[in-house]
Design a binder for this molecule. Structure first.
Ligand SMILES: Nc1ncnc2c1ncn2[C@@H]1O[C@H](COP(=O)(O)OP(=O)(O)OP(=O)(O)O)[C@@H](O)[C@H]1O
Ligand SMILES: [Mg+2]
Length: 499
């Protein structure tokens, strides 16, 4: 009898790489994780090591497969942090310089110059994204300016520019091909979101030679097969690649417009599918390609730069853990607000000059109020974005939650109360990895989307328990604090205005 197939999913995130082994019923049979470090060599600089990322993948995979027969792994699914960018030599596979993390803001001045030159609108029209240092394009330009200033090596095809997925595909295939998944490519700010190909005008704007860019593949490939990743057999197919946030949406079983998910992580991503790119017209949120499995699925998304990262920062300051903050938190923040604009504010404000702020301090303010304010900052930010997904046609009634901080029941209750919406939280928190496994399973004929959509999902449900008037009062106080965190003259602007 042939052994029943397993799917191995890897979620390469900012703070850790997670691996999941999923069986043909869609159930998780094993999981493992390997932590990652981040360096902040200067204010606003956020770097990770490409080699350390690769080692965290090998470690998580080896741990996850311990006690399981690797020959049963029918295929690998990959979910990755997005927008982070690195450069390596094609001949040696050696990275040139660090990987610039998605939170990196060293290109903020360059971004401001391009915005002043009027490039915000055309870039948004082509890519669906506001011109911002978070996306890969400005990071790619910085890396090339630093390591190949005249672009001669890039033009000769000696250098590879890539996102985390292209780097991992390169390593998994032992350098067989330089390739990027189209949903990840959509976050580079170099891709025309409608044609789903590199946009020559954008390549010229950011000084990126096409020869340095990867081939663009659908989310189901074709990708190079795995080589030399013990204990997997050489030739194991990579059957799916997705951006982590996109993978979470797939993992929730959202295959048609209507539902909205919130992935809480280092930052947060709020995302819902839309019928097509033209539906994004007039929205304050980003237009993104969620995946392409033969049919492109478009989504609206709002990114929040700091959510779990806010808790980590405060927990370190108070010499405690993130999970303990919830127990420490006062029932009320007593007028204290924490606006976590550690690196400016992303959706829906897109304000690079906003600075982090704690307001409403009194002599009565202590760690419990600060802990409460930190948790509330996540819920308020998420709600500011979700409100942008409410349409004339209908209000978003339910949020599907996942990611590390969703482990925190206090935060989930707070989200329901702050949003006035139901929050459903699957008991499997690693929805990014699960989604990658599910899409890999679809590509390999282990699952169908219809079956995945109907899968019984164990979850807990948090229902809102706060009056509309009370929600409005609290939102007003939060927005007052946000306005203080922003530079004078911009705070009265509508959310989503081009920065
Ligand atoms: N119980 C908890 N309560 C609150 N926060 C938590 C808890 N457990 C983990 N976190 C936070 O979750 C974050 C890590 O979550 P996760 O592993 O989903 O993120 P990631 O995948 O590394 O990041 P990203 O998805 O943004 O790239 C950390 O910032 C940590 O502070
Ligand atoms: Mg993640």
């Amino acid at each position: 009898m042939t052994p029943r197939p397993l799917l191995l999913a890897v979620d390469q995130g900012t703070s850790a790489t997670k691996a999941l082994l999923v069986d043909g019923e869609g159930d998780v049979v094993a999981s493992a994780s390997a932590p990652l470090t981040t360096a902040h060599p200067r204010p606003g600089w956020v770097e990770q090591s490409a080699e350390e990322i690769w080692h965290s993948v090998t470690e998580a995979v080896a741990k996850c497969l311990t006690g399981h027969d690797p020959a049963r792994v029918a295929g690998v699914g990959l979910a990755t942090q997005r927008e982070s960018c690195l450069l390596w030599e094609r001949a040696t596979g050696r990275p040139l310089g660090p990987m610039l993390g998605w939170q990196d803001r060293r290109t903020a001045d360059r971004c401001a110059t391009l915005l002043a030159d009027g490039l915000g609108e055309p870039v948004r029209a082509a890519t669906g994204l506001p011109l911002d240092p978070m996306f890969s394009a400005l990071k790619a330009q910085w890396l090339l300016d630093t390591y190949d200033p005249d672009r001669s090596r890039a033009r000769r095809g000696e250098l590879c520019l890539g996102t985390v997925d292209s780097w991992l595909l390169w390593r998994l295939g032992q350098g067989a091909e330089h390739v990027v998944e189209v949903g990840n490519a959509a976050r580079t700010q170099l891709l025309d979101i409608r044609t789903r190909d590199w946009d020559q005008r954008l390549l010229d704007t950011f000084g990126v030679p096409r020869e340095a860019l990867p081939r663009i593949a659908a989310s189901t490939g074709p990708f190079p097969a795995v080589r030399g990743l013990s204990p997997l057999s050489d030739g194991t197919p990579v059957a799916s690649v997705l951006g982590d946030s996109h993978a979470a949406l797939f993992g929730h079983g959202v295959f048609v417009p209507g539902s909205v998910k919130v992935t809480y992580g280092t930052g947060s991503s709020v995302m819902g599918l839309i019928a097509g790119p033209d539906r994004a017209e007039g929205s304050p949120l980003c237009l993104t390609l969620a995946w392409d499995d033969g049919t492109p699925a478009y989504a609206l998304e709002g990114n929040i730069r700091s959510s779990g990262a806010t808790l980590r920062w405060l927990a370190q300051l108070l010499r405690t853990g993130e999970a303990e903050l919830a127990a420490l938190a006062a029932p009320d923040s007593a007028g204290v607000h924490l606006v976590p604009a550690f690196g400016g504010l992303a959706a829906p404000w897109w304000d690079n000059e906003a600075t982090g702020l704690i307001s409403g301090l009194t002599f009565g303010t202590g760690p419990p109020e600060l802990a409460r304010a930190a948790l509330e900052s996540i819920a308020f930010q998420v709600e500011d974005v979700v409100a942008g997904l409410d349409t004339a046609a209908g209000r978003v009634t339910t949020l599907l939650a996942d990611g590390g901080p969703s482990d925190n029941a206090t935060l989930m209750r707070l989200q329901a109360d702050t949003s006035g919406r139901i929050v459903r939280r699957p008991l499997v928190r690693d929805l990014s990895a699960l989604g990658a496994a599910h899409l890999a399973g679809c590509a390999l004929g282990v699952f169908t989307k219809g079956r995945l959509a109907g899968l019984a999902r164990s979850e807990d449900v948090h229902r809102p328990d706060r009056s509309a008037a009370e929600r409005a009062r609290r939102a007003l106080a939060w927005h007052d604090a946000v306005a203080r965190a922003r530079r004078p003259g911009t705070a009265d602007r509508e959310p989503g205005g081009t920065p």
